[in-house]
Design a protein around this ligand. Structure first.
Ligand code: PGA
Length: 229
């Protein structure tokens, strides 16, 4: 099924989450069947987000529990109702997370029964294959399967910039990732209502990871409506 995920990053509060969930839930109730919809809020907001959409964490720790102040475990995400966790978002890689860290987190997440969305992508001026192939080799744990892992291809230069690759470039990169991994490949980077129909129709685009444009629930609903089913 096509996946549409809303990555709120470090945004939102309890009132925002409650209003968002209510509006999204109304829309879902009246518009089934829909793609798989996942909300990735800051962890303290999980309890404010009850609905028929799915929940995911933005990150988890590589170990199951312990003395790691400020961290969130995969087990706790599962307990809070999450089905997914994002691993290796470029904003976390930029803060020092390595592909080996990503694989360790994903392995632990799979062990708890969570599915992972593993993010890869090249920076501005970098060569796609030279960066993304090694990222895939090192970030995917051995236990990754079609049932527990989705890749999110996010060219770093497209995140939050309003710039997107051409449809041809997205098609080429997604085809190569799909061929190499056999996994579903979501696209992320400046997805908005206006470019959703074109991007979601590209072969081997199995979903969308939406950041900034997901913070407006009406805009996010427009994206869901514009995407392929
Ligand atoms: P953006 O973010 O949609 O704001 O570009 C995407 C992401 O970082 O996942």
């Amino acid at each position: 099924m096509f996946i549409i995920a809303a990555n709120w990053k470090m945004n939102g509060n309890s009132l925002f989450a409650q209003n968002y969930a209510a509006k999204l839930e109304n829309f879902i109730a009246e518009n089934r069947p829909l793609p798989e919809i996942i909300i990735l809020p800051p962890a303290p907001l999980f309890s404010q987000l009850k609905g028929s959409f799915k929940l995911g964490g933005q990150n988890c720790h590589a170990l199951e529990k312990g003395a790691f102040t400020g961290e969130t475990s995969a087990l706790l995400l599962k307990d809070m109702g999450c089905e997914y966790v994002l691993c290796g978002h470029s904003e976390r890689r930029e803060a020092g997370e390595t592909s080996a860290d990503v694989a360790a987190k994903a392995e632990t997440a799979h062990g708890t029964g969570l599915k992972t969305i593993i993010c890869v992508g090249e920076k501005d001026g970098e060569d796609f294959a030279r960066v993304v192939f090694p990222q895939l080799d090192k970030s995917l744990p051995h236990c990754a399967t079609k049932d527990n892992t989705v890749i999110a291809y996010e060219p770093v230069w497209a995140i939050g910039t309003g710039r997107t690759p051409t449809a041809e470039d997205i098609a080429r990169c997604h085809e190569q990732i799909a061929e190499k991994t056999g996994l579903k490949v979501m696209y992320g980077g400046s997805v908005k209502p206006e470019n959703t129909a074109e991007i979601s129709a590209i072969k081997n685009v199995g979903g969308l990871l939406v950041g900034g444009a997901s913070l407006d629930v009406d805009g996010f609903i427009n994206i869901i409506q514009a995407a392929k089913r």
